[in-house]
Design a protein around this ligand. Structure first.
Ligand SMILES: [Zn+2]
Length: 483
């Protein structure tokens, strides 16, 4: 329970973030550095993220399965780029059952290898394709500089792994899942993400092409919030995933993988939070409405609680996630602050006078001051609450979009880029060279976020040059500070 407020964002954004995560009771540190305990309120938020994604996966023909946590080291080593990318982050089991293992086992950092090994045994003919499988699991990637939700050595995620007969189908799948991630981020998380392709330097270890949704946080830094990879035949060749086509010819499959993790929780905190704490979009909030009873005498308590019981019942029937704060010995004012800090989208206050008039006070978390409060009739209150929750959801997306758009700029020179990335994202024609990206990173601390799909659609790179190094440009890329 939090009596004092969180650190102001302008004073120390990083401390503000940690304060919010801890005081809103989302997570706690664990015994092993870099690991995290996800507390019930944080886990309920993750469960709502899961269900929003899971229903979209299922609606597009994917099925869930589960693959082992332990992966033989020889699997990881089969795809050269993959092992090179993941080796520094691997946690490896060398002993089990009281003796040294013949072959060390990696704790999965991602499952392309172990799933590829299974697909090679399951796929024989074109009739077996496509294979569209997702798994909800935990992974381990050792973190040197951990941050709750954003970078933890163990995290929860989903990883989709699909196999297809043709390049076109696999590429379509890659973009389909990118679109699903963007749809979820915009509609459920109220975060206006930018869809784009990762540069060669930033793409997934072992992928042919990587796509991303990039979100802007409250300090204008970028957060990579979901990725979808076209793996070409790289893993199919490494794991021998082959099929007989309709002409009875043996061919390698084309595969994809895509993932969203508990990082998304950190993204929601930073995209929407303010100096009072968390602000949760109604569609994902574990508690959408908190009811605070107000009374002085025991008689009043009885009358107020009776009215609240009825309203609570009506809200539950309407499918609203509602909580009644019955704590005694705590002032209503303290409760207001406490639930504001936890980001509950709407607060309902009911006192003896409200009962008398058949009304209730509704207060919105997405607005400030007088505008945030309104008195409503108890008749048809569930309908009114549902309308307001939709309004809050839309308003939060509009706020986040307005903030983002105010911090996206075109840069025409390296000097402009340097200036812009101190408080926003810079869009520049870029050459795509790793050395050039490295130079920018070293000198400005900003990195290539993506080549945004929308901005590159009607953009002709011919005769355009990279303002950093003067080489021909390959496309428009966003550069920004990032997590
Ligand atoms: Zn360049």
């Amino acid at each position: 329970m939090a009596a004092q407020g969180v650190t102001k964002r302008i004073e120390d954004y990083s401390r503000w973030y940690t304060d919010v995560v801890k005081m809103a009771d989302l997570a706690d540190y664990a015994a092993v550095r870099g690991c995290m305990i996800i507390k019930p309120y944080g886990y309920e938020l993750w469960e709502n993220i899961k269900s929003g994604l899971d229903k979209r996966f299922k609606a597009t023909g994917h099925r869930n399965a589960y693959f082992p946590l332990l992966i033989p080291m020889s699997f990881i080593e089969k795809e050269a780029k993959h092992v090179e990318g993941f080796a520094p982050e691997l946690a490896i089991v060398t002993h089990a059952g009281g003796k040294e293992l013949d072959e060390p086992l990696a704790i999965r950092p991602t499952s392309e290898t172990v799933i590829g090994h299974a697909y090679a045994r399951w796929i024989h003919s074109y009739r077996d394709l496509p294979v569209l499988i997702n798994q909800w699991a935990n992974v381990v990637r050792w973190e040197m500089r951990p941050r709750l939700f954003l970078r933890t050595s163990e995290f929860l995620w989903q990883e989709g792994h699909t196999a297809h007969a043709t390049e076109e189908e696999a590429e379509e799948e890659t973009i389909r899942m990118l679109d699903i991630y963007a749809d979820f981020a915009v509609k459920d998380a109220a975060i206006p993400v930018i869809k784009g392709e990762k540069s060669g330097q930033e793409k997934f270890a072992g992928a042919s092409r990587s796509f991303t949704i990039e979100a802007m946080m409250g300090n204008t830094w970028a957060l990579q919030s979901g990725t979808s990879h076209y793996l070409g035949q790289n893993f199919a060749r490494a794991f021998d995933i082959k099929f007989l086509d309709e002409e009875n010819k043996l061919k390698y499959c084309y595969t994809t993988s895509w993932g969203v993790s508990t990082r998304m929780v950190g993204g929601i905190v930073m995209a929407h939070g303010d100096d009072k704490g968390l602000r949760l979009p109604p569609r994902l909030a574990p508690i959408q409405v908190v009811i605070v009873p107000i009374w002085r005498t025991v008689d009043q308590q009885g009358v107020v609680m009776k009215a609240i019981d009825d309203i609570r019942g009506a809200l539950v029937d309407a499918g609203v996630r509602v909580h009644v704060d019955k704590r005694e010995g705590i002032t209503p004012g303290f409760k207001f602050n406490d639930w504001e800090m936890r980001g509950v989208p709407m607060r309902m206050e009911i006192g003896p006078r409200d009962v008398e008039h058949g009304t209730a006070i509704l207060a919105r978390r997405d607005m400030q001051g007088k505008d945030a409060k309104q008195s409503v009739s108890q008749d048809g209150i569930a309908q009114r609450v549902l309308e307001l929750l939709t309004d809050i959801q839309n308003h939060m997306l509009a706020q986040a979009t307005e903030f983002r758009d105010a911090h996206l700029h075109r840069a025409n020179s390296y000097d402009e880029l340097k200036e812009i990335v101190t408080d926003g994202w810079a869009l520049i024609p870029h050459c795509g060279a790793s050395e050039c990206e490295e130079k920018i990173k070293e000198e400005t601390k900003s990195s290539s976020r993506c080549y945004p799909i929308a901005e590159n659609k009607d953009w002709d790179p011919r005769e355009k040059t990279c303002p950093i190094c003067g080489k021909p440009a390959v496309g428009l890329a966003y550069f920004a500070r990032s997590y």
